[in-house]
Design a protein around this ligand. Structure first.
Ligand code: ATP
Length: 254
């Protein structure tokens, strides 16, 4: 059974068809990457999954549940976490504080219990701290633990954003252009992190990415979009060689 299935997703913005019937499936434990030229509809798929947008047609099924109408704030609790193209961290808070906020989706204590700081709440707080420290160790962020985000190099901020998503202990991690703004060396490191997330943590990854070296290094399957439609799917090698992809995206003559 697939972890996530997108069935015939369609959405229009004022007459522009951003997605015109997109279907794909993400298998558990795999990395699926969506590629395509600017405006193809890649980010729109993430925004539908995060429930920021409402599809005009189609269905999203996650862990056998139809999540097409699940409210946005419930999505993280279902086990879907995401990073953004433009990093969305609290700039004047530390790495640790940002990661603790990332655990927010798992908080289940009630206001009065928190006020009284009951034992159950204290135990939960310890759980949050432990989960966050595990992620800090996993992604080698110890040297930056107490640094303010604003003082960190861009490449480290990208890793912190991924760490924040991991702190919710997702089943599915959505990575929106993880290599954007990174140097060649940082992109290579990113490939290792994504492989570790998949193999060591067993987390399934759905990624949007332009860098074909990174795509080829980490993806089990690739889906290529153009004008809101799937034009090819398969392994990275198969998709890169597909004539429609070469024509639409990779800039060659098919
Ligand atoms: P990029 O690689 O540039 O990020 P993309 O493949 O992620 O591109 P989308 O951002 O999903 O593309 O956009 C797909 C189409 O939908 C584009 O024509 C875009 O202008 C349009 N679109 C997306 N979101 C909105 C919105 N909120 N309002 C109007 N049009 C939108």
């Amino acid at each position: 059974m697939s972890l996530l299935t997108a069935e015939d997703l369609a959405i229009n913005f004022g007459g522009i068809s951003a997605l015109a019937g997109v279907s794909f499936a993400v298998e558990p434990g795999q990395v699926l990457t969506i590629i395509g030229p600017n405006g193809a509809g890649k980010t729109t798929i993430f925004n539908l999954l995060s429930r920021i947008y409402e599809p005009t047609r189609g269905r999203l099924v996650f862990c056998d549940e139809d999540i097409t109408s699940v409210p946005a704030h419930e999505i993280a609790r279902r086990g879907i976490a995401r990073t953004f193209q433009n990093i969305e961290l609290f700039q004047h808070a530390s790495v640790l504080q940002n990661l603790l906020l990332g655990r927010h989706a798992h908080k289940r204590s009630r206001f009065f219990e928190e006020l009284l700081f009951l034992p159950r709440v204290r135990a939960l707080e310890l759980q949050h701290r432990e989960a966050v420290e595990t992620v800090i160790d996993f992604l080698d962020l110890q040297p930056y633990r107490d640094s303010l985000i604003v003082n960190l190099p861009y490449g480290v901020r990208k890793v912190v954003e991924m760490a924040r998503a991991l702190c919710t202990q997702p089943k599915l991690l959505l990575l929106d252009e993880p290599s954007s703004g990174l140097s060649v060396e940082e992109t290579e490191d990113m490939a290792f992190w994504i492989q570790d997330i998949r193999t060591l943590l067993g987390i399934t990854v759905l990624m949007v990415e332009h860098d074909m070296t990174l795509v080829s290094a980490v993806s089990d399957r690739v889906v290529a979009l153009n004008y809101g439609r799937v034009i090819a799917s398969g392994t990275a090698r198969e998709v890169q060689a597909h004539p429609d992809v070469v024509k639409a995206y990779l800039g060659g003559d098919a």
